[in-house]
Write a protein that binds this ligand. Structure first.
Ligand SMILES: NC(=O)C1=CN([C@@H]2O[C@H](COP(=O)(O)OP(=O)(O)OC[C@H]3O[C@@H](n4cnc5c(N)ncnc54)[C@H](OP(=O)(O)O)[C@@H]3O)[C@@H](O)[C@H]2O)C=CC1
Ligand SMILES: O=C(O)C1=N[C@H](C(=O)O)C[C@H](O)C1
Length: 246
C-alpha cells in the first residue's frame, strides 16, 4: 500500500508544490486543509501529515499527530520556545521530523556552521547571519537563520540562548559585544530564501552563502522526510537524520 500523505496548508506556496511532489514520489494524497479545514479528519485518514502553515497551527497539529498516532513533518517556522516544547512532548508518542529547512545544501551548511563555530573562537571571530526572503514572509529571523545560530553556538559548546542573539541593530547601539551572534533579516520581492553565515575577525573574514532558487527543493525534501518517518519509532528528528548526515 502506498503511503497516505496529508497536507496542512495545501493552498499555500509550499502546499501547492507538495501536492505535486507527493504524486511524483508515488505517494497517495489523503487530503489537504487550509485554515477552515478539519484537521482531526486529515490526521485520521493519513499515515503522515506534512505541515507548512504557521507556528500556532503547527503546535496544534503536533498534538493531533500524537493523539492519532501519525507521523508529522513540520516545516512551519517562527515557533516560540513553548511551542517547540509542545512539539517535543508530542514526539514522545510519534515520529516528528521538525526541520528549519528541507534543502540538502542548507543541512550541509548546518554541519559546517557547527564546525566553524568550534574552530573560530568568539573572542576573535564575530559570527553574523544575514538572511533574505520574499516580502510575504511573516517571521524573522528565519527558522533557518536561527538553526544556523544554534549550530554555531553548539560548536562553541553553548546554546544560542546562552551566547545571545543580537538582532535589529538601530540607532546608538554601542560597540559590538563579544560572544552574541548577530542576525539581520532582509525582506523583498519574491526571493525564495538566501542565508549567509559569516565570521569576521581583525584581519580576515570567511562567509558561506546558500541560495534556494526554487521552493520545490523544500517540497521534495519534506515528502522524502514523510516516507522516511513513517518507518521510524517515536522521536524528534530533523533533516540530517533523513539525509543520513546525523
Ligand atoms: N522548513 C522549510 O524548509 C520551509 C518552511 N517554510 C515555512 O512554512 C510555512 C508556510 O510557508 P508558505 O507556504 O510560504 O506560506 P503560505 O502563507 O503561502 O501558506 C500557508 C498556508 O497555511 C494555511 N493555514 C493557515 N492557518 C491554517 C490552519 N489553522 N490549518 C490549516 N492550514 C492553515 C493557509 O491557508 P488559507 O489558504 O486557508 O489561508 C495558507 O494557505 C511558513 O512558516 C514558512 O516559514 C516555508 C518554506 C520552507
Ligand atoms: O518562509 C519561507 O519561505 C522559508 N522559510 C523557512 C525559514 O524560515 O527558514 C525556510 C526557507 O528559508 C523558506
Amino acid at each position: 500500500m502506498t503511503l497516505r500523505i496529508g497536507i496542512a496548508g495545501i493552498s499555500g506556496r509550499m502546499g501547492r508544490l507538495l501536492q505535486e511532489e507527493v504524486a511524483a514520489a508515488g505517494g497517495t494524497l489523503s487530503g489537504g486543509i487550509g485554515r477552515d479545514g478539519d484537521a482531526a479528519a486529515l490526521f485520521a485518514g493519513s499515515d503522515a501529515v506534512i505541515d507548512f502553515t504557521n507556528a500556532s497551527t503547527a503546535e496544534r497539529h503536533a498534538g493531533l499527530a500524537a493523539e492519532h498516532g501519525k507521523a508529522l513533518i513540520l516545516g512551519s517556522s517562527g515557533l516560540s520556545a513553548a511551542q517547540e516544547t509542545a512539539v517535543m512532548a508530542a514526539a514522545k508518542h510519534v515520529p516528528i521530523v521538525y526541520a528549519a529547512n528541507f534543502a540538502p545544501g542548507v543541512n550541509l551548511l548546518f554541519a559546517l556552521a557547527e564546525r566553524m563555530g568550534a574552530a573560530l573562537p568568539p573572542e576573535q571571530y564575530d559570527a553574523e547571519i544575514v538572511e533574505m526572503h520574499h516580502r510575504q514572509k511573516v517571521d524573522a529571523p528565519s527558522g533557518t537563520a536561527i538553526g544556523l545560530g544554534r549550530a554555531v553556538a553548539r560548536g562553541r559548546g553553548r546554546t544560542l540562548e546562552e551566547v545571545g542573539m543580537e538582532s535589529g541593530r538601530d540607532g546608538h547601539t554601542g560597540a559590538r559585544a563579544t560572544g552574541p551572534i548577530g542576525f539581520a533579516a532582509l525582506r523583498g520581492g519574491q526571493v525564495v530564501g538566501e542565508h549567509t553565515l559569516l565570521f569576521a575577525a581583525g584581519s580576515e573574514q570567511i562567509a558561506l552563502t546558500h541560495r534556494s532558487f526554487d521552493r520545490r527543493v523544500y517540497a521534495t525534501g519534506a515528502v522524502r522526510a514523510a516516507q522516511w518517518a513513517a518507518g521510524q519509532p517515536a522521536g524528534l528528528y530533523d533533516m540530517k537524520h533523513v539525509l543520513g548526515m546525523g
